[in-house]
Structure formats: C-alpha cells, structure tokens
Design a binder for this molecule. Structure first.
Ligand SMILES: Cc1cc2nc3c(=O)[nH]c(=O)nc-3n(C[C@H](O)[C@H](O)[C@H](O)COP(=O)(O)O)c2cc1C
Length: 185
C-alpha cells in the first residue's frame, strides 16, 4: 500500500467531509490544518515520509483559505531541502457556487506542487455533461485538474451531495493507483 497523506483545511466542515472521502478512496491518513494554519504535532515529518500528498482547501474569495496559504508558505522549509521532490501530488476543493472560481484554487494547489517538484495527478473521470446528466452523477462539475465539490451556501456539511463525495472517493482511489505505479518504477 502506498503511503498517502491528505493535508487540508476546512473552516466549516464541508472540505473535511470531502477530505474524508478522498482519504477513504486513497487509503490515506488525514492531516488537518487547524484554525490558526498549523499542522498537528509531527505533521511535517509525516508529510516528509509520504509517497504522495493530496492537498485540499475550501475556495474562499477565489483561492485557498488563509490557513492553507499559511501552511503553503511554511512548506518553504521543505522546499529548501527539496523534501517533497518526486512525490505524487493532487488537489481538491469545495465551494458554494457551481463554479465559484474553484479552478483558481486547484491551480494554486498545482503551483504549490510544481514549486516542490512533485508529480501532479488529474481527476481522470469523464464529465457528466449531457442533457441526461443528473446532479448526483460522478464528476457532474466536470473537473479535470483535480476533484471539485459544491455545497450550497445554506447547506451544512451533512448535506454534501453523495455524487460529489463519490467523485472525491474515486479521485483518491486514482491517486493511490498512480502512486503504486510510481513506487514500482
Ligand atoms: C470567507 C469566505 C469566502 C468564500 N468565497 C467563496 C468563493 O470565492 N466561491 C464560492 O463558490 N464560495 C465561496 N465561499 C463559500 C465556501 O466555499 C463554502 O461555504 C464551502 O462549503 C466552505 O467549506 P468549509 O466548510 O470546508 O470551510 C466562501 C466562504 C467564506 C467563509
């Protein structure tokens, strides 16, 4: 089994639920960034040991949350040591709008991974984009660069749509499969 860590921030629990679905698919450990932008004790060592790191953040004002950005800036220490070079990387986000500029968040996560010399994994699912498409189809949001979920602004984390959570689970599964192939190489 590849060693995969999902490092994420969630202000109100929605991205936390998505992170859990990604981790379920990947067989990964969850590493939450707290309300002050800090990792739990031993978090940096955990990331240094992983084969793959999956980054997750809600989309706030068209980008990652400030807590995730604080973590990203603090990862410059790992960058100096090239500690994450050649690890597999991937990203996911959740926001209230159908679009809501989620792609900008995924691109921020992608750029962070590229700065670290990591290897990015896409969503890898066909979009559900025909007239017959239903909101609970897998990849209804039609993302390619990573996994996306959408939670209406007045919906609690418990109301997250099963289709988006299944999309997240399949995304985690794909990251695990790709990571396993890299470990064999
Ligand atoms: C400060 C702030 C900024 C937000 N900006 C956006 C945004 O740019 N686009 C969007 O679609 N939703 C936006 N939202 C809505 C959140 O993305 C949405 O509520 C999400 O489910 C929160 O995830 P969380 O519970 O993991 O924090 C914003 C919410 C907050 C609190």
């Amino acid at each position: 089994m590849p060693d995969i860590v999902v490092v994420y921030h969630s202000g109100y629990g929605h991205t936390q639920r998505m992170a859990q679905a990604v981790a379920d698919g990947a067989g990964a450990e969850l590493l939450p960034i707290d309300a002050e932008g800090h990792l739990p004790e031993g978090g940096w060592e955990r990331l240094a040991a992983a084969d793959a790191i999956i980054f997750g953040s809600p989309t706030y004002m068209g980008s990652v949350s400030w807590q995730f950005k604080k973590f990203a800036d603090a990862s410059s220490k790992a960058w100096y040591a090239q500690a994450w070079k050649d690890k597999v990387a991937a990203g996911f986000t959740n926001s209230a709008g159908m679009n809501g500029d989620k792609l900008a968040t995924l691109q921020t996560l992608f750029t962070l991974a590229m700065q670290h010399g990591m290897i990015w994994v896409s969503q890898g699912l066909m979009p559900s984009n025909t007239k017959a498409a239903l909101r609970n189809d897998v990849n209804y949001l039609g993302a390619y660069s990573g996994a996306m979920a959408q939670s209406p602004a007045d919906a609690g984390a418990q109301d997250m749509l099963p289709g988006d959570l299944e999309t997240a689970r399949l995304f985690g599964q794909r990251v695990a499969q790709v990571t396993a192939r890299f470990r064999q190489a």
